[in-house]
Design a protein around this ligand. Sequence first.
Ligand SMILES: Nc1nc2c(c(=O)[nH]1)N[C@H]1C(S)=C(S)[C@@H](COP(=O)(O)O)O[C@H]1N2
Ligand SMILES: [Mo]
Length: 467
Amino acid sequence: MTTVRPTDPPEAGTGPEPRVAPEPEYGFPRALFRAVGRIPVPPPADPRTWRSPLRGTWLTSVFGAVLLVGLPIVIVTGLLSYIAYGPQFGQAIPADVGYLHLPYFDWPSNPAWLYRLTQGLHVTLGMVLTPIVLAKLWSVVPKLFVWPPVRSVGHLLERISLLALVGGILFEFVTGLMNAQYDYSFGFSFYLAHYYGAWVFIAGFVSHVVLKVPTMGRALRAGPGGTGAFGRWLNDGVAETEPEPIDETGLAPLAPNRPTLSRRGLLAVVGGGSALVAVLSVGQTWDPLRPLALLSPRGQSYGTGPNDFQVNRTLAGSGIDPSRLGAGWRLTLRGGATEVSLTRDQLLGMALHTATLPIACVEGWSVYRTWTGVRLRDLAALAGVPDPANAFVQSVETTGAYARATLQNNQVLNPDSLLALRVGNPGEETVDLAPDHGFPARVIVPALPGVHNTKWVSSIDFRPRTG
Ligand SMILES: Nc1nc2c(c(=O)[nH]1)N[C@H]1C(S)=C(S)[C@@H](COP(=O)(O)O)O[C@H]1N2
Ligand SMILES: [Mo]
């Protein structure tokens, strides 16, 4: 009694049909592409090199379907972040992208959690999808080495679009993950590279979706081995795991090894990896899991009491001489006929307003606090420009790129937009801002990217509307 293992050549007349790849179809000029095809196959391009019995159109389609839902969310929220930065004021990065952008519009200041949602999704979903992207790439790796490398002009174009797709996604994920870790060792501008890299990736992604969605749909509908039962393979343990049938996609192995993992085992490993990343990262935007936010590069303590929350740039890091923030500090308001200068005590003597608002950083973390301060629109009225076109906020800090910001009209006029003097845990009493959080005064505006909530404010120019 002999057992036929999947790697043994089948005995004539007894075993299953031998697994052979379909003849490639060559396009015009056929002689040229056939000549390329006659070059001896280098080992990685030999389909017999890739032996996992789990690879095949069905498995790739399962990963593809997840990414088809997830990646557009990452793409759109990323592009929205560019618009939230205020490109109409030249303060999005990179400042000038020609026509390569979504239509500009004034970023809403309502609901307050809007940027927290869009940017939290962009970063956290990007992290969570990473294991699935890697699994998808693993499942198609034989195609990277497909032989002959080109067999028609159409095939050449498809391979170029794959270069944009695979190169683009690896580049975007690596630079994004490094940025969220404060790792700038790539030595070029993160924003510039991530922005243009995104468009390369989008071009590859869109053409890939157009080309492959029909195949994916067919494979998922046909189910394992054409059984029509999507989940049937998920019932198979390791012993029952059969290789996927050979088809024109070239994903299933010609010389499959014996399985060491079932399909459901592989999906559990990949899905479990994603779930683990999620658990270790949602804490950066969700207080109950904050101690588990181990993938975030920051420490867990930043100050005392209500001031114990994330600090991106400390007072020491800002290079500000602390004596400039003492009794001699003044807030200057410009825009009207005369400049207005206010001490902190004068600000505290004005009508104070309290609002609970998030700070949401582009790197994905966000935190809610309750803020007390003077409404920006009251300061605009005091300056003599009650309905400004926009407002330019300047920090005592002069060196950093984030020492200034321009706010839109709706961001100045929102009743919750504040020059904050005090901060508290959500819903609790507020105390003076800590030096690291912008004492004597900082901007806090609903739905504004964290970076534009300028700390250690020294002046605000309310620019009148023209015409
Ligand atoms: N003057 C000044 N304000 C600043 C920054 C800065 O570098 N300088 N960093 C910004 C960034 S990137 C963020 S996310 C928030 C962080 O606020 P926090 O440090 O008070 O938590 O402050 C913003 N305000
Ligand atoms: Mo930030």
